[in-house]
Design a protein around this ligand. Structure first.
Ligand SMILES: [Zn+2]
Length: 271
């Protein structure tokens, strides 16, 4: 009889826990788990040069992107600086117009994206968006929803470390964790604006990226389709940035906050 009661109590708490996991803000992973997952994924990425050809011998390109990242990370609205890794890497693939972040602040930018955007502020807006995915812990929040109750069980059983490695391996298959929900995308846009407000960049610069995607969707086909599969871009994301700029009294975008010339010089050096 006693065993049944224990079981009933366990089932009850697992049910409660599953509901908690399904709610938005709850995350069963610690910040350290995020960093560990990110590290493991980084190793996986580096071990697959066919899929993820890391740009070699071009520390200048990496430094340029890193410098933009650092300006954003200096924003007081970034809360996990010093906790998360915040490392930047360039993937040499011109046919992919994308960037992605893994848990714990590992951020990867494709040369296809570097060549696609027209000014430095837009790239900063996208990097800010990726930093937000890490800061807001979108990947491990989604994992909490998928694995919630089973992770709780494995903690009870003391198996959490091996389960983390398993999750990292599962995550990597197809990089499914990169498919962000619309709500996560919108939140990342919101934080991108918030971070850029504290920098020299035009805060709504990510909208230039959206505009160009919309304009070139029909022309470029495949590479834009692939981008949209991991970063959905419904009209309300575009409208949201416009509304946020209106709230800020419509700051004027010009060369002093877009840095198009500086960016074109950088672009000309890309391999
Ligand atoms: Zn995103």
């Amino acid at each position: 009889m006693k065993n049944y009661i224990t079981l009933a109590v366990l089932v009850f708490w697992l049910t409660v826990f599953s509901f908690m996991c399904a709610s938005l803000a709850f995350n069963i992973f610690s910040d350290q788990d995020d960093v560990k997952l990110g590290q493991q994924l980084d190793e996986e990425i580096r071990s697959k040069p066919q899929e993820y050809p890391i740009l070699q011998n071009r520390s200048d390109v990496k430094n340029y992107v890193e410098q933009i990242g650092q300006k954003i990370l200096n924003s007081p609205n970034v809360k996990k600086r010093g906790i998360y890794a915040y490392k930047f890497e360039i993937i040499h693939d011109d046919s992919t117009i994308n960037a992605f972040a893994t848990p714990g602040g590992y951020i990867y930018v494709y040369t296809g994206l570097l060549k696609f955007v027209d000014n430095e502020a837009t790239l900063a807006g996208i990097i800010g968006h990726e930093i937000a995915h890490a800061e807001r812990r979108h990947a491990t929040q989604r994992l909490t929803k998928y694995y919630g109750a089973s992770i709780l069980l494995s903690i009870v059983l003391g198996e959490k470390p091996s389960q983390l490695a398993e999750i990292a391996a599962n995550l990597f298959t197809g990089l499914a964790f990169l498919a962000n929900s619309r709500a996560d995308e919108k939140e990342s846009d919101q934080y991108s604006i918030l971070y850029l407000k504290d920098t020299e960049y035009y805060p709504g610069a990510i909208k230039y990226f959206f505009d160009k995607i919309m304009a070139e969707k029909g022309v470029r086909g495949g590479s834009i389709e692939r981008l949209l599969s991991t970063h959905p871009l419904p009209q309300d994301r575009v409208d949201f940035v416009t509304q946020e700029m209106q709230k800020m009294g419509n700051p004027q975008p010009d060369e002093s906050n877009l840095f198009a010339k500086r960016y074109q010089n950088f672009k000309a050096t890309l391999p």
